[in-house]
Design a protein around this ligand. Structure first.
Ligand SMILES: C[S@@+](CC[C@H](N)C(=O)[O-])C[C@H]1O[C@@H](n2cnc3c(N)ncnc32)[C@H](O)[C@@H]1O
Length: 292
């Protein structure tokens, strides 16, 4: 094809994703969350979502590098990239395919599970995540408060970015929103991947910032949100009372007695993050008083 060399790579600089797949000899195992991006237009746009948000691309972390199609695009905009890949065959391929960048100190391949390996001191993370572990990986990354761009399942992306009062709003929205402003930047269809996943996908961008409320203790706040959302259709009053085994509250009735009636009569799905914080702070104080 015009503009391509004998290996099928674009002369403009980027490696062709189909040629990478052929060289890697990997057809992609959905049971290992292996769905490789093969749509050049999507691959080209991913770095632009990072640069337009002025992400610091000094050291980019990529989780699940696969055959390196995205790694290649990231190396074009970042000073350095650290790529984590669990599959030993793909990790070996990446070390070979990107030997020059590794030699130049611009790329580090970490072979291992992104949930277990030590993470480097990165400045931004950009990944096409393994969907089976999206939630665990994101909640490893978000507390680091670094800008993040990630391909996830579309329904998951909508829940991350949802506003109170919508069907999608839930624990994931409050928890992700605690760390960052989250926005869905592009829906991505299954055909952009090989093999295509069974679900629609979307790119989400999360830009870290402090929340517009304070919480006395982050773990207590997140645990409180988790507990109350297990009863999302009940009033917050009943939610607090029925979920002490999850929130760990010693005296949920004392929390209800101290809380504002207007908040207690709402449903969890209608409570803003700031209102959750108000209730969690009160619950924390009530717990301290009963302990003391
Ligand atoms: C959706 S594919 C993305 C591949 C490539 N980045 C791309 O965009 O085409 C996810 C990759 O993550 C790898 N993977 C799955 N679970 C992982 C984990 N827990 N830690 C690190 N890598 C993982 C898979 O082997 C696969 O290569």
């Amino acid at each position: 094809m015009a503009g391509e060399d004998s290996a099928g790579d674009s002369k403009a600089g980027s490696r062709d994703p189909d040629a990478l797949l052929a060289r890697a000899g990997a057809s992609g195992n959905p049971d290992q969350d292996q769905h490789f991006l093969v749509d050049d237009r999507v691959l080209d746009r991913i770095p632009t979502y990072a640069t337009e948000a002025k992400m610091d691309l000094t050291h980019v972390l990529e989780i699940g590098a696969g055959n390196g199609a995205l790694t290649d695009r990231l190396l074009a905009v970042a000073d350095r990239v650290t790529a984590i890949e669990r599959d030993p065959d793909l990790a070996a391929f990446l070390r070979d395919e990107f030997a020059d960048a590794i030699e130049a100190g611009r790329l580090t391949i970490i072979e291992g599970d992104a949930l277990e390996v030590d993470l480097p001191d990165y400045t931004a993370s950009i990944s096409n995540l393994p969907y089976g572990a999206s939630s665990e990986i994101l909640f490893r990354l978000l507390p680091a408060e670094k800008p993040l761009l990630a391909m996830v399942q579309a329904e998951f992306a909508d829940r991350m970015a949802a506003d109170p009062g919508t069907d999608e709003y839930g624990r994931l929205s409050v928890t992700a929103g605690h760390y960052a402003d989250v926005e869905v930047v592009e829906p991505v269809p299954p055909e952009a991947f090989s093999p295509p996943p069974a679900v629609e996908s979307a790119l989400v961008r999360a830009l870290a910032r402090d929340p517009d409320y304070t919480v006395p203790d982050e773990d207590f706040f997140l645990g409180f949100v988790k507990a109350v959302f297990t009863q999302r259709r009940k009033t917050v009053r009943n939610g607090i009372r029925n979920t002490a085994h999850i929130s760990g509250l010693d005296d949920p009735d004392a929390v209800v007695a101290a809380a504002d009636e207007e908040l207690l009569s709402k449903r969890a799905g209608d409570l803003s993050p700031a209102e959750f914080a108000e209730l969690a702070s009160l619950a924390y104080d009530v717990e301290l008083d009963s302990d003391g």
